[in-house]
Design a protein around this ligand. Structure first.
Ligand SMILES: C[S@@+](CC[C@H](N)C(=O)[O-])C[C@H]1O[C@@H](n2cnc3c(N)ncnc32)[C@H](O)[C@@H]1O
Length: 264
């Protein structure tokens, strides 16, 4: 199943190396904290619901320290997790060692923009919180589509740039940067986050041969409540979760989750 290909138009190595270094350094924190975060728990429930009827071989792209893996194995999948961070993969293997279903999962270091799997080798793909670290989605979506079998399901989650939280926060960050420039001060370096606009992302999915079946938006966060009163913000977020499928959810939910099917 292993093969090598040359790819044009991938992200510059330096950008990818930055992401790799960042997540190498965050691996332990993710292992300890991720399952407790309201933002993670709400998208996890939706992702599991979306994967519901799928069966067989699943590829988890950007699996981190395998926080989703026990759930995926319990659903009956035979799962393989890939991540660009070597440290995340080391933690993932460590976490699953001794798990009763350990033999049904495996891990490797890989890049979603150049997956080392043959076309049509997976029944399902899960990709949560990964695409925002790429300058553009097209190469990754093409790869996800390629490794999926015809009729296979993919569930993808990424931050929603059109949500009230990200609109307000981006405006605040821009104003602060402008003010610092006026005062002749340098702005701190921030890793770029390529958040999606849901309706544009849907068009990119279609261009990659992935037909949208269902979508929801979750993580009902509000700026600056999230920053100043995180506990209140988390309670509000939990209370609003039942509205993740409502017409207004893409305007309020900071995370967009979509279920697609590879065209037959
Ligand atoms: C925010 S974490 C999410 C981890 C996990 N999916 C979760 O929801 O808990 C993003 C993960 O994507 C991985 N990642 C980022 N860019 C990637 C790429 N090009 N290929 C594969 N993994 C990548 C990071 O190393 C990191 O582990």
């Amino acid at each position: 199943m292993e093969y090598a290909r040359t790819h044009e138009r991938t992200a510059p190595l330096s950008a990818k190396a930055q992401v790799e270094t960042l997540f190498d350094s965050l691996a332990l924190e993710y292992l300890r904290e991720r399952e407790r975060q309201v933002s993670f728990v709400s998208q996890k429930h939706i992702a599991i619901d979306f994967l519901g009827a799928a069966k067989g071989r699943l590829l988890e792209v950007g699996c981190g320290p395998a926080v989703m893996m026990p759930e995926l194995l319990a659903m009956g999948f035979e799962a393989h997790g890939i991540d660009v961070s070597g440290e995340m993969i080391r933690r993932a293997r460590q976490r699953m060692t001794g798990h009763p279903l350990e033999k049904r999962c495996s891990f490797s270091v890989d890049d979603v923009e150049r997956l080392h799997f043959a076309g049509g080798s997976y029944d399902a793909v899960l990709c949560m919180g990964v695409l925002e670290y790429l300058p553009r989605y097209s190469r990754a979506l093409a790869e996800i589509s390629r490794v999926l079998k015809s009729g296979g399901t993919a569930v993808l989650a990424l931050p929603n740039r059109a949500s009230a939280y990200h609109v307000a926060r981006a405006a605040y960050v821009s104003l602060r940067a402008f003010e610092r420039r006026l005062r002749g001060r340098r702005n701190p370096y921030r890793l770029a986050h390529n958040r999606c606009v849901p309706w544009r992302f849907d068009r990119e999915l279609a261009a990659a041969g992935l037909r949208k079946l269902q979508s929801r938006a979750c993580n009902f966060m509000f700026f600056p409540l999230q920053e100043f009163a995180p506990r209140v913000a988390d309670s509000l977020n939990r209370a609003l979760l039942p509205f993740s499928g409502a017409w207004f959810a893409p305007l309020l939910g900071a995370q967009y989750i979509v279920k697609v099917q590879k065209a037959a």
